[in-house]
Design a protein around this ligand. Structure first.
Ligand SMILES: Cc1cc2nc3c(=O)[nH]c(=O)nc-3n(C[C@H](O)[C@H](O)[C@H](O)COP(=O)(O)OP(=O)(O)OC[C@H]3O[C@@H](n4cnc5c(N)ncnc54)[C@H](O)[C@@H]3O)c2cc1C
Length: 490
């Protein structure tokens, strides 16, 4: 049942009086809505639609950029979840519990499992399949064949038509569904700060200060404010503050994702979780030549990665996250993925397809010509490959203990892909409970304030546990849907 609902019409904000007060119960309101959503990515769009479906009359979604989508529209479009009918139809034996156990086991192995947040993370696993069905009901189409990502089952469900190409389709479908549901969407309009009933810690959030065309406005939200403004992948100040070891590492994220929602919420006493347990932020490889982001093949195909000296520096099969972090730690600006014809032939139409479709991969008849062509230390590379091939034959990687995807590099032509590490999502963010309510520094819910998606960065981290348990798009959709409902029925 709806409580505290208002019935004022939502009009364009342009032309309204600039805001006079903020953070004060006596605020002069320029507009009142039931639910106010900030951010037009997966989390914000699903939150707004869900709010409407659950009875909120006036739902306003404000997006800082001139277009919707945020990181969601840049993503690989892979929705990870275990236990779907699509998996069953494809003969894949998976379930909520198999998925959860895989994630927890990996989390424990990688020392990333933090018990405190189990319920918040598990909520994504418990609701992921149903939420996928809900997305389908909104017009989002998924491909029929789940594929392998990180994890012990094929549980990546790409939005059709597939990797990367599905992400614009995802946002298009959600945008249409939101408009059809009656959500009012406004771009070029951004959250500045939150307005609370009083200045006490934990005081209810009753609205927000919004900036549009250089002017500020106060918008009242009777049901709640939902923060879906993404993380701070492109916010150098927050990167420096929370993860100083990554200062100066370029970002491939949206220029808009600088941590506005996190800042606004922490300004009123929200709890920030800073991930110090393992990797602070998510990084991918980005091709030096064409700027295409790439990561998954490292866990699926026999590939080694070397530095300019031709030396390996990590167990590559641990994945892009481990490799890119090691590069930053060592100060390597670029790395070279190297593989031979055996890998190329086996995976060119599989996990390596996007690499060949979108990036510059150089082919060379020998390792020596490869080293010369890529300006890698020739002797260094030849020695590295000699050692590696010997280790593969013995089944023991002497340097990094690699046990997976061990295969000799001895059949030409040899391929090289030059890439550099780039930040792409932040793991640190607002602490929420299983209803998506933002918690204050005493771990109490702040009435009227919700968060979904990358703004509560610990979700992408905790729910992902050891990596690949689940994906951030699933987290964003599950908590988008939950927060929309919670704010609507509040
Ligand atoms: C290259 C890349 C590939 C990825 N691939 C995958 C994948 O295959 N599978 C997967 O699960 N995840 C993937 N991810 C991660 C995934 O895209 C994100 O975790 C997810 O999109 C987060 O959704 P969101 O709605 O929280 O944030 P976003 O989609 O980033 O949306 C946040 C929105 O808020 C807006 N905003 C920011 N500040 C304000 C403000 N002050 N006021 C109003 N609006 C504001 C932004 O402009 C943006 O539109 C990938 C990410 C990247 C960058």
């Amino acid at each position: 049942m709806l409580k505290r609902r208002t019935f004022l019409t939502v009009a364009s904000m342009t032309g309204l009086m600039p805001a006079a007060f903020a953070k004060n119960a006596d605020t002069q309101w320029n507009k009142t809505v039931d639910v106010l959503v900030f951010g037009g990515g997966m989390a914000g769009l699903t939150a707004a639609i869900s709010a409407k479906q659950n009875g909120a009359k006036n739902v306003l979604l404000l997006e800082k950029a001139a277009y919707l989508g945020g990181h969601s529209v840049m993503s690989g479009a892979g929705y990870y979840i275990g236990g779907t009918d699509k998996q069953k139809n494809a003969g894949i034996d998976d379930s909520l519990e198999i998925n959860w156990k895989d994630a927890v086991d990996r989390g424990v192995a990688a020392n990333r499992f933090i018990k405190r947040d189990t319920a918040v993370a598990r909520t994504v696993y418990e609701n992921g399949v149903e939420t996928m069905g809900w997305l389908e009901s909104l017009g989002v189409k998924f491909t029929d064949q789940p594929v392998q990502g990180i994890g012990n089952r094929k549980r990546v469900h790409y939005v059709a038509p597939g990797y990367k190409r599905g992400s614009p389709e995802l946002i298009k479908a959600l945008n249409q569904a939101a408009l059809k549901a009656g959500v009012v969407i406004q771009t070029n309009s951004k959250l500045v700060s939150l307005i609370t009933e009083s200045k006490e810690l934990g005081a209810p959030v009753i609205g927000a200060v919004v900036e549009e065309k250089g002017k500020t406005f106060n918008i009242r939200a009777t049901g709640g404010v939902i923060l879906a403004t993404g993380g701070f992948a492109n916010g150098p100040e927050m990167v420096k503050r929370y993860h100083p070891y990554l200062e100066g590492v370029p970002s491939l994220g949206s220029k808009m994702n600088v941590g506005d929602g996190i800042r606004a919420a922490t300004d009123i006493g929200a709890q920030m979780i800073v991930e110090t347990n393992g990797f602070g932020m998510n990084m991918l490889f980005v091709g030096t030549h064409k700027g295409q982001s790439m990561g998954l093949p490292l866990t699926e195909a026999p590939i080694i990665v070397v530095n300019k000296e031709g030396q390996r520096f990590q167990d590559e099969s641990r994945g892009y996250l481990a490799c890119t972090h090691k590069m930053v730690e060592k100060g390597y600006k670029v790395g070279y993925w190297i593989f031979d014809a055996k890998t190329f032939e086996k995976y060119r139409n599989g996990c390596l397809k996007p690499l060949f479709e979108t990036e510059v991969v150089h082919e060379y008849p020998t390792l020596e010509t490869l080293a010369k062509g890529e300006k890698i230390n020739v002797d260094g590379l030849l020695q590295t490959v000699k050692d590696y091939n010997e280790d593969v034959a013995k089944g023991k990687d002497r340097h990094f203990g690699r046990t997976k995807l061990l295969q000799t590099l001895d059949k030409g032509p040899f391929c090289a892909f030059e890439a550099e590490p780039r930040i792409y999502t932040s793991y640190s963010g607002l602490e929420i409970n299983t209803k998506g309510q933002v918690l204050d520094t005493r771990s109490k819910p702040i009435p009227g304030l919700y968060a979904a998606g990358d703004v509560c960065g610990h979700l992408g981290y905790q729910a992902n546990l050891g990596g690949g348990g689940i994906s951030s798009l699933s987290c964003a959709a599950v908590y988008g849907r939950i927060t929309g409902k919670e704010a609507a029925v509040r």
